[in-house]
Design a protein around this ligand. Structure first.
Ligand SMILES: NC(=O)CC[C@H](N)C(=O)O
Length: 343
């Protein structure tokens, strides 16, 4: 449903039309007092209220809001990813919508962002934003993050850049950004691949763009999907065993991301259980728990012989997103490997 513009004024000519979708998170959180940086309650404040608290936005965009969900993002579901992507696609198909901002909890913002990066069918800006401090905290980071996100979503510069994640004055590509700190306001980094740019002083600055395909250039279409194939993650550690893997396969996993140690290494005792899963048709993707760098094909495992896929530079949680979408198109490991080198 469409809500009324927050601004009492009629839409200002010349300003971009930005729709802000609220999904919850700390940016919409409240603490018991202004110093409650932990132990606060996420997802309590309505998106209308957050926008109304930043009157400066009236000079930046004509804003409409929709409260899509009100959740802490550790509880975000695949069903919600699908609903969100479908709503974004409906909105962006409307000529009067210039860009979208999505407020989101920071715990899984990178997963939702990469999912949208692969499933949004538009070159119009989609900017995801969150906060590390609740809305009523001392030095709350949400208001400026949100202001910058609306500015970015209404900018010509952000067109065709894929889904963006903007916090702490920095613009990140959905594919490359990850949460690197449990609590500080500089938690979001595009690790070694680097930020795309900055929002500073009411201006948007871009310096680079990902070479990986996104949005209109992907092969994924979720418009008629109600569910996605189940994909689980197995975490690597010294002296691990296959209990988690076996349970996930028994639960019906169609794909497994093996977040191995180092360069995606597979422990000797994991080879037989992983091969047994593969023989049942489960796609095995070798990722790494390290968080940076390429997992090399036929490096720490004979992927050709084992019929495994490698995750390239995607972390395990993003490899899971891509594999879920890949499995909607094919069950061929070769085809899925191609996707991991394309997106
Ligand atoms: N900083 C945050 O947004 C974390 C709050 C909550 N765990 C969430 O992800 O929604």
């Amino acid at each position: 449903q469409e809500l009324q513009p927050v601004s009492a004024e009629s839409p200002t000519q010349g300003l971009p039309n930005v729709t802000v979708l609220g999904t919850g998170g700390t940016i919409a959180g409240t603490g018991a007092n202004r110093t409650a940086m932990v132990g606060y309650k996420a997802a309590t404040v309505a998106i209308d209220t957050l926008i109304a608290s930043i009157p400066e936005l009236n000079k930046v965009a004509n804003i409409k809001t929709e409260q899509i969900f009100q959740v802490a993002s550790e509880s975000m579901t695949v069903d919600q990813w699908l609903k969100l992507a479908k709503r974004v696609n409906v909105l962006l198909a409307q000529p009067h919508v210039d860009g979208i901002v999505i407020t989101h909890g920071t715990d899984t913002i990178e997963e939702t962002a990469y999912f949208l990066d692969l499933t949004v069918k538009s070159h119009k800006p989609v900017v995801m934003v969150g906060a590390m401090r609740p809305s009523n905290a001392l030095s709350a980071d949400g208001p400026l993050n949100l202001y910058n996100a609306v500015l970015l979503a209404g900018s010509k510069e952000a067109i065709g850049k894929g889904v963006l994640v903007a916090l702490n004055d920095q613009i990140n590509a959905a594919r490359d950004v990850t949460k690197t700190n449990t609590s500080t306001t500089d938690a979001f980094k595009s690790t070694e691949l680097g930020v795309l740019g900055y929002v500073q002083g009411r201006k948007v600055y871009f310096y680079r763009q990902s070479t990986r395909k996104n949005t209109l250039d992907t092969e994924f279409d979720i418009s008629n999907l109600a569910v996605l194939p189940r994909v689980d993650i197995v975490y690597g550690y010294a002296d691990m065993d296959s209990a988690a893997l076996d349970g996930q396969v028994a639960a019906g996993a169609k794909g497994i991301i093996h977040a191995g140690v180092g360069n995606g290494s597979v422990a000797a005792q994991m080879k037989v259980p992983l091969l047994a899963a593969r023989k049942k048709g489960v796609i095995i993707v070798r990722a790494s728990r390290v968080g940076q760098g390429i997992v090399a094909r036929n490096g720490e495992a004979s992927d050709d012989a084992l019929d495994f896929v490698v995750a390239d530079t995607l972390n395990a949680q993003k490899a899971r997103v891509l594999l879920m979408l890949g499995l909607t198109r094919t069950t061929s490991p070769q085809e899925i490997q191609r996707m991991f080198y394309t997106y």
